[in-house]
Ligand binder design. Structure first.
Ligand SMILES: Nc1ncnc2c1ncn2[C@@H]1O[C@H](COP(=O)(O)OP(=O)(O)OP(=O)(O)O)[C@@H](O)[C@H]1O
Ligand SMILES: [Mg+2]
Length: 307
């Protein structure tokens, strides 16, 4: 078995004149959880569909589990699981019947799928509820069943396309616990998202923007390498005039609102907490409080999107 689960080289997809995926290159090692973060229309689903052999690339090449996505797509499909962004469940079938149906689609025989379906039900937390109709499941549980369906044939590699969109934060966290459980059992996961908090959970993270892969690294390495300087939290009153003052301060690269305070990135070593505070005091914000803070993935995203 190759150690590299996904290998992508200068992969592009055009629809007419429009380039949806633009020269993307990356690798995913076995056992990794790699996130693919990007806004709507940035090319996440299009990348996944090419890797699954569902869409022909315009140019470039890629291998999944050692197989060429164009020439050997048939060999890839039984080895991978795909939870589509717009997945469909059979609403009239029970939870168990949905899993059994898809096991059949993958050519599993009853002796194989019976124990597997029990395992998957336990994994997704639906043991004991297997006779409920899928149509009656609430948001987070529908998502878990869709993941179970993607897992039923014991794939080595999972493609999850925005698997938690539309579910509440606690269901999202539980879904991520499930993803970690899968990787502990040896699966590799490639997961798209547009949630910054979710992106923090990924071992490595690719950032897509306008079809381009802007960067791919661990969340902490992205924060360490992609920003122009340190990040600051600023408390000052009133907030909006303080934001204007902070933005206008020389050496401040970017400033914005973050909840009830301000968050800024300064350029290189142009500022200390004390020098930023002095700048604000000079502009009439006598009670300003400035503290250095961890940059966020949103800082990284905004920086990359601005390039
Ligand atoms: N079959 C198609 N024909 C024409 N344009 C397409 C087609 N599929 C996708 N696109 C366009 O390609 C771009 C990228 O789409 P894609 O679905 O890959 O984005 P995405 O990152 O998955 O977005 P989202 O977060 O909304 O799911 C979009 O502008 C989309 O409209
Ligand atoms: Mg998509």
């Amino acid at each position: 078995m190759p150690d590299i689960a996904i290998s992508v080289h200068e992969l592009s997809k055009k629809f007419g004149d429009f380039t949806a995926v633009d020269g993307v290159s990356f690798e995913v090692q076995r056992g990794e959880v790699v996130g693919y973060l990007g806004p709507n229309g940035s090319g996440k689903t299009t990348t996944m569909r090419m890797l699954l052999g569902l869409l022909r690339p315009t140019s470039g090449r890629a291998q999944v589990l050692g197989f060429d996505i164009e020439k050997q797509a048939e060999s890839i499909r039984p080895l991978v699981g795909y939870m589509s962004q717009k997945f469909a469940l059979y609403e009239d079938l029970t939870i168990r019947e949905n899993l059994v149906f898809y096991a059949g689609v993958y050519g599993m025989r009853p002796d194989d799928y019976r124990p597997r379906v029990q395992d998957v039900l336990a994994l997704i937390g639906l043991s004991g509820r297997e006779n409920e109709r899928a149509g009656e499941l609430s948001g987070g549980w529908r998502q878990r069943l869709a993941l179970g369906i993607a897992l039923v044939h014991s794939p080595q590699l999972l493609f999850l396309d925005e698997p938690t969109s539309g579910v509440d934060p606690s269901a999202r966290r539980e879904f991520w616990d499930l993803i970690y459980t899968l990787t502990e059992r040896g699966a590799t996961v490639f997961v798209s998202t547009h949630y910054m908090d979710e992106a923090e959970h990924c071992g490595r993270l690719g950032i897509m923007y306008n079809g381009k892969l802007m960067a791919m690294d661990t969340p902490s390495a992205l924060k360490g390498s992609q920003l122009k300087g340190p990040a600051w939290n600023v408390v000052a009153d009133p907030l909006i005039p303080a934001l204007d003052a902070l933005s206008a301060t020389p050496g401040v690269h970017r400033a914005g609102l973050l909840g009830d305070h301000l968050h800024a990135i300064s350029l290189g070593d142009s500022h200390t907490a004390e020098s930023l505070r002095s700048a604000l005091i000079a502009r009439g914000f006598a009670d300003a409080i400035v503290e250095e803070t961890e940059p966020t993935l949103e800082d990284v995203f905004v920086e990359l999107a601005g390039r």
